[in-house]
Design a protein around this ligand. Structure first.
Ligand SMILES: *Cc1c(COP(=O)(O)O)cnc(C)c1O
Length: 406
């Protein structure tokens, strides 16, 4: 008889990963075992406020009751059909997601990178079939310091050497211009341009919010030039900035919006390309697909996510609590914080490098019971679930203040 398996400690589990797990991440040394709402608990029962929310995949917090219920109900009925057959959940998901985002059609996928890849393919096909770009000559203009995912084509137009180096040869057909620079964008767009692909707020780059008018400018420029505007709202969308989509702050409607992360409610990976019929309508059977895209479990959870966003409550909370976050960070300016950018419940905070790297600050915050993630250098990112209470948010800010003062 084998001895009953002893529960391993956090330290033992971290050590056990080392020989068997590809080392493509450098997680904080916390081993999460359960969670609910804004809180996660580690193996030893220590509790932490989650101020990262799975990079905005957990906009509704951990295990939101409405989302868990939708998933449970679907698990007991039907989980996967493949798109070889119809399933009874997909029509409603597409109808309500298109309506929520003010678009005509939905192409369901799974991960964010797949949505981006799909957007690129659709834009290229549109360029050849509708715009009349000569075969294989289509270009897509992107912004420096972008983050659109990790596939070979996507890292082909990354400007982050760590993300690119060693993974060539790269996919051609992309032009990179500085972010938040309409003149540079204008100069890069020509008759071969299928699309301009940008993040309305650059999340990974450190929550870089463009100047007022930039998104309007991109919309006007792309319309004038006869190319598409593809907005990657995978991180900025679905309530994070105080609106359903970040582009709504400027009343801009892109031709195509890429969604992911929070669309899966923190339960399953769900992404989508939503866009105008003229664009998504270029796809014919067999030209593009995904075995899991639009599966009934994903559609059920995605529909429940759309249902939460239809109430407007989460967008409102992000806007209101975003003001609390901004005020709290402003009070720390000059007291360890050398700069910050915020939009809704989302902030990139530049910490005085003399106090520590972003990683060190994140580790100290972890010991105070607050989980965040560094981005570059001495920048940390705050993106709590939109369900966070004002008290929880103030408590996280107090922990930051304490860590910066120590
Ligand atoms: C996370 C992210 C992606 C990639 O999503 P994955 O699900 O990790 O593939 C793409 N674009 C943006 C803006 C993101 O934040």
């Amino acid at each position: 008889m084998t001895a009953p398996a002893r529960t391993r400690t956090s330290a033992e589990l971290i050590e056990a990963e080392e020989p068997v797990l590809a080392y493509n991440y450098h997680p904080l040394p916390v081993v999460v075992a359960r969670a609910g709402g804004t809180w996660v608990e580690d193996v030893e029962g220590r509790r932490y406020l989650d101020m990262l929310a799975g990079y905005s995949a957990l906009n509704f917090g951990h295990r939101h009751p409405a989302l868990i219920e939708a998933a449970h109900r679907q698990l007991d009925r039907l989980t996967l059909t493949s798109r070889a057959f119809h399933n009874d959940r997909l029509a409603e998901f597409a109808e309500r997601l298109a309506s929520l985002t003010g678009q005509d059609m939905v192409l369901p996928m799974n991960t964010g990178a797949e949505a981006v890849e799909s957007g690129i393919k659709v834009a290229r096909k549109w360029a050849y079939e509708v715009k009349g770009v000569p075969a294989d000559r289509a270009t897509i203009v992107v912004a420096a310091d972008n983050f659109h995912g990790r596939t070979t084509t996507i890292v082909s137009f990354s400007t982050d050497e760590t993300a690119r180096s060693g993974f060539g040869p790269f996919t051609p057909g992309f032009r990179i211009v500085p972010y938040n620079d309409l003149a540079a964008l204008e100069a890069a767009v020509d008759e071969t341009t299928a699309a301009v692909l940008i993040e309305p707020v650059q999340g990974e780059a450190g929550v870089i919010v463009p100047d007022d008018g930039y998104l309007t400018g991109v919309r006007e420029l792309t319309r004038r030039a006869g190319c598409l505007f593809l907005a990657d709202e995978i991180q900025s969308g679905l309530g994070r900035t105080g609106r359903t989509l970040a582009v709504e702050h400027e009343d801009v409607v892109p031709d195509v919006v890429l969604l992911g992360k929070a669309l899966g409610g923190g339960i399953v990976p769900v992404s989508a390309v939503v866009g105008r019929r003229e664009v998504l309508g270029v796809l014919r059977p067999g030209e593009h697909g995904s075995t899991f895209g639009g599966n009934p479990l994903s559609a059920a959870v995605g529909t429940a996510v759309v249902g939460l966003l239809e109430t407007g409550e989460f967008q409102r909370r992000a806007a209101e609590l975003g003001a609390v976050l901004r005020e709290g960070l402003a009070e720390l300016a000059g007291r360890g914080v050398v700069g910050f950018r915020s939009h809704g419940l989302w902030a990139g905070v530049d910490v005085d490098p003399a106090i520590g790297t972003g990683r060190e600050i994140s580790e100290r915050l972890m010991r105070e019971g607050v989980l965040v993630k560094d981005t570059h250098g001495s920048t940390i990112r705050l993106a709590p679930p939109l369900t966070v209470t004002e008290d929880e948010l103030r408590s996280a800010l107090a922990s930051l203040e304490k860590v910066l003062a120590a």
